[in-house]
Ligand binder design. Structure first.
Ligand code: C2E
Ligand code: MG
Length: 568
């Protein structure tokens, strides 16, 4: 709140000290620049502050005084909404007292015996200037709805606490309300605001009981940076109960993510981690509290490491492509019909890393195309090597990431790989996961259609894990459905899965596309699929993904079988 001051009059300073000699000394120094009033104890000081609230620019406050000492004055001022922004410089001879006063909200201190007049004037002038600036910005400093700090200011203060109060062990807490946008949509913005204000109030109440600061980062995301504590379940219930009390009709569910204080971890990182913890329990109504733990930390550190190492990995050729065969099982003897290229990372220190550990990470960072480009090129070169060596081309499929599908250069990139290697388009098949289709169906359909027009064959990967409707499916330009592994796993003893598999086989027949069953590990799974009419099978039953020199043996075996077949 801005305190209006009369213009042109010199700024008013209150000097509070029980010793007349000190009051006089300060009076002499300050009177050249300011109008000065005096109090000789705390009680008098508070009285004058209230009386001159509007004109007063600053208070110089002695700590050791009879009747009411300086600490008590500070506490009273900071708890008084009308006075709390009034800057106070404490006068003290005691180093420990200084720190305590600063923690209690004093703006600065002047040591006794007094410094040179010039220094005192400079300090007083600087604090007045700062506090005026502060008041101007305090409007932007607070979120008007909850009166908590805005995000920028929150981090500004959090960083200061982190840098200058290292002895305070501060935890980072993030609060989110589940599906808050639908609370707004269903019950109106006013009700939404009411909810946010209530939570803000409760946070403010909480902060009166402990040391700390809080912010509404945005919408329904709140952050609290406060002294370390152990009773998080209780704190969460406290906030939850406050929301429960707002309405008996609306279900408001709050989630809390916490990152417990750790030395040298900056506030920004602490809140990122608290948010990551909070995100982990999104939609999980059994768990509303998640504390960031070592496992999450290790995962984060590993991810960071992998991101850092990516460039070197590409330059040094650490990515290798393995091949897993797909067999046609409708012939009397299964025949090798194609393969899937699956990437692995041979990390010089971490050993072999499987794509499940880095593909999703690089996908979320938009870096996966670097890896995919390499895999596609290498796969094309491998097809050519085998063709040249054995006079036989085995089609191989490569995986496309979700982000590849939205890359405008995708078609050109793939076309030039095929042309540069003098392949036919159908020899490099493309696997696109079902969930890519559902993201932005129209755009994906357009890209896929154009790829098919070129002559690429498209396999829909992980079919059954996404949510394509039958309606959508009939419009989809695809050549092959790859049934998700989860249907195969319990095929032998789960009736539902068996029925689902037979349903998928029917759908494929209706769409006139072939089906690949992935993750086939046993003979009985294979038999069920064969009798159900499934065309192609990929899985450990036949072979794990193999490095090219191992895969080549399967190729040779297949060629031998075929030439034998021709002889007979
Ligand atoms: P996906 O495309 O669904 O690939 C099939 C995964 O199933 C492979 O895991 C394969 O090793 C595994 N698998 C095959 N048969 C069996 C089996 O009988 N039992 C079991 N339990 N698993 C089997 P992998 O190689 O770890 O790859 C995981 C995923 O990573 C792939 O799933 C694919 O989505 C992605 N990926 C792999 N290579 C690439 C790539 O070059 N680019 C992109 N964007 N993604 C890739
Ligand atoms: Mg695949």
């Amino acid at each position: 709140m801005l305190r209006t001051k009369q213009i042109q009059r010199p700024e008013l300073v209150l000097v509070v000290d029980d010793h007349e000699i000190n009051r006089d000394a300060l009076g002499v120094i300050l009177e050249s620049d300011y109008e000065v009033i005096f109090a000789k104890n705390g009680e008098e000081a508070l009285e004058l502050m209230r009386k001159h609230q509007k004109e007063l620019s600053i208070v110089l406050l002695d700590l050791m005084m009879p009747v009411m000492n300086g600490y008590e004055v500070l506490t009273a001022v900071k708890n008084d909404p009308e006075l709390k922004d009034l800057p106070i410089i404490v006068l003290t001879a005691d180093k420990d007292a200084e720190l305590q006063a600063l923690e209690m909200g004093a703006a600065d201190f002047i040591t006794k015996p007094f410094d040179l007049p010039g220094i005192i004037l400079a300090r007083v002038g600087r604090i007045i200037e700062l506090s005026e600036g502060r008041q101007l910005i305090s409007a932007a400093e607070n979120d008007p709805l909850t009166m908590l700090y805005s995000k920028n200011f929150f981090y500004e203060y959090a960083n200061r606490l982190f840098l200058y109060h290292r002895d305070m062990h501060l935890d980072a807490i993030v609060l989110n309300i589940d599906k808050f946008h639908s609370v707004n949509a269903l019950h109106g913005r006013d009700f939404g605001d009411h909810v946010l204000r209530a939570l803000g109030d409760e946070i403010n109440l909480f902060l009166r009981e402990t040391q700390g600061i809080a912010s509404r980062f945005e919408a329904d995301r709140f952050g609290i940076y406060c002294l370390h504590r152990e009773d998080y379940p209780r704190l969460l219930s406290r906030f939850q109960e406050r929301l429960n009390a707002l309405s008996s009709d609306v279900n408001l569910h709050i989630r809390m993510g916490v990152n417990v204080w750790q030395e040298e971890v900056t506030p920004v990182l602490m809140f990122d981690r608290a948010q990551a913890a909070c995100n982990m329990i999104r939609g999980d109504f059994q768990n509303s509290l998640k504390i960031y733990n070592d496992e999450m930390l290790n995962k984060e550190l590993l991810n960071q490491r992998l991101l850092n190492d990516l460039r070197a990995a590409v330059e040094e050729g650490q990515f290798v492509v393995y091949y897993q065969p797909k067999y046609n099982i409708q012939n009397d003897v299964p025949t090798l019909s194609s393969a899937e290229a699956l990437v692995r990372w041979k990390h010089p220190e971490l050993g072999m890393i499987s794509p499940g550990d880095f593909v999703p990470l690089f996908e979320s960072n938009g870096l996966i195309s670097v890896v995919d480009n390499y895999v596609w090129n290498e796969t094309a070169r491998q097809i050519v090597r085998w063709r040249d060596k054995y006079g036989f081309t085995l089609p191989v499929s490569v995986n496309l990431s979700r982000s590849d599908v939205f890359d405008p250069s995708l078609i050109d990139r793939l076309v030039s790989i095929v042309e540069d290697n003098k392949l036919e388009y159908r020899q490099l098949k493309l696997e696109v996961t079902e969930s890519s289709y559902t993201d932005n169906a129209l755009q994906v359909l357009d890209v896929i259609r154009r790829l098919r027009e070129k002559g690429f064959e498209i396999e829909m990967d992980d079919f059954g894990s996404g949510y394509s409707s039958l309606n959508m499916l009939s419009d989809m330009p695809i050549d092959v459905l790859k049934m998700d592994m989860k249907f195969i796993r319990n095929l032998e003893n789960n009736d539902t899965d068996r029925r689902l598999v037979s349903l998928i086989l029917d759908i494929a027949k209706y769409l006139n596309v072939a089906v690949v069953a992935e993750g086939v590990e046993t003979r009985s799974q294979l038999n069920i699929l064969r009798f159900g009419g499934c065309d192609l099978v990929q899985g450990y039953y036949f072979s794990r993904p193999l490095p090219p020199e191992e895969f080549e043996k399967l190729l040779v075996l297949e060629l031998q079988k075929r030439s034998k077949g021709r002889e007979e």
